[in-house]
Design a protein around this ligand. Structure first.
Ligand code: NMX
Ligand code: MLT
Length: 473
């Protein structure tokens, strides 16, 4: 408990530090103090679990009957929007401010999490440590986790053979999810369950599966990329590189800026509280005690939908179609016409809108800052900037769109495209590798806290009509 408080204290100090720059040194000091020197993530977690179990027990016994709001018919018919119904410890989304990972905003993570190079982008390993423990790791802890993930990354040969059984033309997400299903045969949780493991120990094989899965995903994902786009010529892992750097390397990108982009990309895509389609699906499937591979494969299938993760593919394809039709130096008037043509064709403008956010996604903003720093003259980046001005007023004019502002997917493609990763159909796989870090972190806590089977009540239209008639009488 004390560690979770440290993070919120750290967060408060950070916001004070923004107002009082002379405090920033003490924040740096606090960051070092919040982490004990233990380099073993699993043993840190083991220490934290009993106090979090007690916390949940207390919450249930003291406040279990407190109401969290009213459920309306609109919510039932409207995809459960605004209905609080899930426990998700690793991150929380504020509609105006955006995501906080264990209390830390994206700019705070960029300042506080360890980086692979001085003043560089945060390492995804650092974020994994933060999501799991609520503590900001030291550089030594992040490096130790990098090393551990590399040691877990060997892939059984049958996984590649299973992917090879699919036509090379199969969508990259289909190939990737198939690879994850093939990895499932090594599940420690499944083996332990078959042997009759006591439920108080469920989190332990879940931890093993989760770390193995997170470690192995970049290799599987790179295999899919190199299979489809680079004649199957794979690139082995580099033992000197961290998680994000290695992923860029195995995909075939040696540029140090691309490695930095990959670290940032993976970090910001990891987690977005629990209600988004992929996280919710993973959590739901895992609630049946399906192991992390089964649960994450299900999550990936949700991520592959165009209203969710596939939107990053859709954005770049849409931008490229704009350029094809109107050229790179398109005027704002031409752009407006193109947006209206898309809407009048019964399609959404990809990369804009959100189920929860009501302001520009901070994940968009930090990618824009990356672009302003590294590729300000890239023509597609300039087009994305123009879209920021043109699209929101048009969506507002429609009168029904609740959030006209850009989301994470509006920006990611042009950055990847700039460094040579031009194959838009592949983009959702990158999102998928990243999302495993958030979903698996929460899944370990699901098991540690003994969260129950998820099973909400459904009703028919007739039931609702009768209920409303009775309520009105
Ligand atoms: N373009 C056109 N219409 C839109 C858009 C958009 N970008 N965003 C919302 N609308 C429409 C929406 O389709 C709905 O229309 P209808 O009543 O005719 O069905 C209406 O506006 C109200 O929708 P909202 O309540 O504003 O949004 P909702 O919570 O239902 O959906 C999204 C959220 C993200 C699915 C929606 O904004 C969208 O389709 N955006 C484009 C796709 C996209 O970028 N998805 C990625 C989201 C982030 N991610 O990575 O998952
Ligand atoms: C996500 O990152 O999962 C998306 O922004 C969608 C969401 O939060 O609903």
């Amino acid at each position: 408990m004390v560690f979770f408080r440290s993070v919120s204290l750290l967060s408060k100090l950070r916001s004070r530090a923004v107002r009082q720059p002379n405090l920033s040194n003490s924040v740096r000091w606090l960051q070092i103090q919040t982490s004990s020197p233990d380099l073993d993530l699993r043993s840190q977690l083991k220490d934290l679990i009993p106090e979090q179990q007690d916390r949940l027990k207390k919450l249930k016994s003291e406040h279990g009957k407190v109401q969290l709001g009213n459920i309306t018919v609109d919510m039932v018919l409207g995809g459960m929007r605004g209905m609080t119904g899930l426990l998700w410890e690793t991150s929380l989304l504020d509609p105006d401010e955006g995501i906080r990972f264990r209390g830390l905003s994206i700019p705070e993570c960029q300042k506080l999490l360890p980086s692979a190079k001085p003043s560089g982008e945060p390492m995804p390993e650092g974020l994994l440590w933060l999501l799991l423990t609520g503590k900001v790791p030291t550089k030594e802890q992040a490096d130790s986790l990098s090393q551990e993930l590399r040691s877990r990354a060997t892939i059984p040969d049958h996984v590649f053979k299973t992917i090879e059984a699919l036509p090379v033309t199969a969508h990259p997400m289909t190939q990737f999810a198939t690879g994850v299903m093939a990895l499932q045969v090594q599940s420690e949780f499944q083996k332990a369950y078959e042997k009759g493991i006591h439920k108080s120990k469920f989190w332990e094989p879940t931890y093993e599966d989760s770390l193995n899965l997170i470690a192995q995903l970049p290799t599987v994902a790179s295999y899919v990329y190199r299979r489809i786009y680079k004649n199957g010529q794979t690139i082995p892992m580099d033992d000197s590189l961290d998680y994000g750097g290695n992923f860029a390397h195995m995909l075939g990108f040696g540029n140090p800026e691309m490695k930095e982009l990959m670290r940032l990309y993976v970090t910001i895509h990891t987690d977005h509280e629990g209600g988004n389609v992929s996280a919710h699906t993973g959590h739901l499937v895992a609630s049946a005690l399906s192991d992390p591979y089964l649960s994450f494969a299900a999550a990936l299938n949700g991520l592959a939908g165009p209203l969710h993760g596939l939107a990053n593919q859709e954005v770049l394809l849409w931008i490229k179609s704009v350029v094809e039709e109107c050229g790179e130096n398109i005027t704002k008037e031409q752009l407006k016409d193109y947006v209206w043509k898309t809407l009048n064709g019964g399609k959404v403008v990809p990369g804009f809108g959100h189920g929860v956010l009501r302001k520009t996604d901070p994940r968009y903003t930090c990618q824009r800052e990356f672009a302003l720093k590294h590729l300000p003259n890239d023509p597609l980046f300039q087009l994305v900037s123009k879209l920021y001005e043109v699209v929101p007023p048009i969506l507002l004019e429609l009168g029904k769109v609740k959030n006209p502002w850009p989301n994470v997917d509006a920006h990611s493609g042009v950055l990847l495209n700039h460094y040579g990763l031009t194959e838009a159909r592949y983009y959702t796989v990158l999102f998928g590798v990243s999302r495993a870090i958030g979903i698996c972190s929460q899944l370990i806590w699901d098991r540690a806290l003994g969260l129950p089977l998820e099973r909400p009540k459904s009703v028919t239209m007739e039931w609702l009509e009768n209920y409303c008639k009775k309520a009105a009488a």
